[in-house]
Design a protein around this ligand. Structure first.
Ligand code: NAP
Ligand code: GLV
Ligand code: GLV
Length: 334
């Protein structure tokens, strides 16, 4: 009998097709997130799960799923999963690194450029007919924004995506500063990037891009104190997780001009609405679409399938997150 996998949302067909050859596949077809109640009910007889970053996978889920042996998260970030609890119970956790790195790095740049050059404000001005109504074709002082080429970018979290963002910054002739837990001498050489303590990076940068995982250490890492260190002409881009930034502090910073603008792909709660933040002209907003390209999402679907199929064949899944689980139980459904 084939093992059973529940996929908690429709993912690109290429991954589902691969999985059908090896698994009995159930897909949650609703556009909305599977409710907690239904999830807890449905996991009762599954051997494997494909989850989204919006689902909390914790002790309660593991308790409800006595047969569950592997969870393949359809995301690179896995802050939605209680890793310690999974490892303890011998449940394998995998994620989707690399395949979404370039798409997400591109999106960081979309936000950076759109915020610096006020693209959304300008688009609204043209689209609404306001430009035509104003009757001014071109004005030397109209929609002035900030220079990007040759300025300083500070990347907080210098992993796969952070480094991909830096590669793009090279083309913009930028000085590249970074902060991460460990220094990266090789990449420093390759990209001419300089390591800097976070507070100094914030003081020096014209553009600060956040691309750290959400952990106990990074929760509200950007708070009032740190926003005050930034230049009044600086722009903050958050492509990481909403909770890395204290939203109320950010609103204050934007309102009072401690910083010039913000480009945000992620929010403290999702979906999100914040009346004051969303009424500000100097923010560019996106609904968590960092990896939302056809290519990246297909790559993620394939990687999810490869992880589950490898596990079924008794092999270590290619992008296993909790390696310690190898000491708890061997891969495979037997
Ligand atoms: P990664 O390769 O693991 O890189 C994470 C980097 O963050 C590493 O360089 C790590 O430092 C650093 N870091 C961790 N804790 C830190 C701390 N306390 N202070 C400073 N740096 C710290 O991960 P990735 O593939 O680049 O992805 C990064 C994150 O981006 C994901 O976890 C996810 O939350 C987010 N993401 C968002 C989207 C989106 O749609 N918006 C898409 C993809 C990913 P070390 O190298 O020294 O360990
Ligand atoms: C998206 O946010 C991811 O972590 O893949
Ligand atoms: C602007 O369009 C210019 O030609 O400078």
């Amino acid at each position: 009998m084939k093992p059973k996998v529940l996929i908690t949302r429709k993912i690109p067909e290429n991954g589902i097709k691969m999985l059908r050859e090896h698994f009995e596949v159930e897909v949650w077809e609703d556009e909305h997130e599977i409710s907690r109640e239904v999830l807890l009910e449905k996991v009762r007889d599954v051997d494997a799960l494909v989850t989204m970053l919006s689902e909390r996978i914790d002790a309660e889920v593991f308790d409800a799923a006595p047969r569950l042996k592997i969870v393949a998260n359809y995301a690179v970030g896995y802050d939605n999963i209680d890793i310690e609890e999974a490892t303890k119970r011998g449940v394998y956790i995998t994620n989707t690194p690399d395949v979404l790195t370039n798409a997400t790095a591109d999106m960081a740049w979309v936000l950076l450029l759109a915020t610096a050059r006020r693209l959304i404000e300008a688009d609204k001005f043209v689209r609404s007919g306001e430009w035509k109504k104003r009757g001014v074709a071109w004005h030397p002082l109209m929609f002035l924004g900030y220079d990007v080429y040759g300025r300083t970018i500070g990347i907080v979290g210098f992993g796969r995506i952070g480094q991909a963002i830096a590669r793009r910054a090279k083309g913009f002739g930028m000085r590249i500063l970074y902060n991460s837990r460990t220094r990266k001498p090789e990449v420093e050489k390759e990209l001419g990037a300089e390591f800097m303590p976070l507070d100094e990076l914030l003081k020096e940068s014209d553009f600060v891009v956040l691309v750290v995982p959400l952990t106990k250490e990074t929760y509200h890492m950007i708070n009032e104190e740190r926003l005050k260190l930034m230049k009044p002409t600086a722009i903050l881009v958050n492509i990481a997780r909403g909770k890395v930034v204290d939203t109320e502090a950010l609103v204050k910073a934007l309102r009072e001009g401690w910083i010039a603008g913000a480009g945000l792909d992620v929010f403290e709660e999702e979906p999100y609405y914040h009346e004051e933040l969303f009424s500000l002209d100097n923010v560019v907003l996106a609904p968590h679409i960092g990896s939302a390209t056809y290519g990246a999402r297909e790559g993620m679907a394939e990687l999810v399938a490869r992880n589950l199929i490898a596990f079924k064949n008794g092999e270590v899944p290619p992008t296993l997150v909790n390696r310690e689980v190898l000491n708890v139980r061997k891969p495979g459904f037997e």
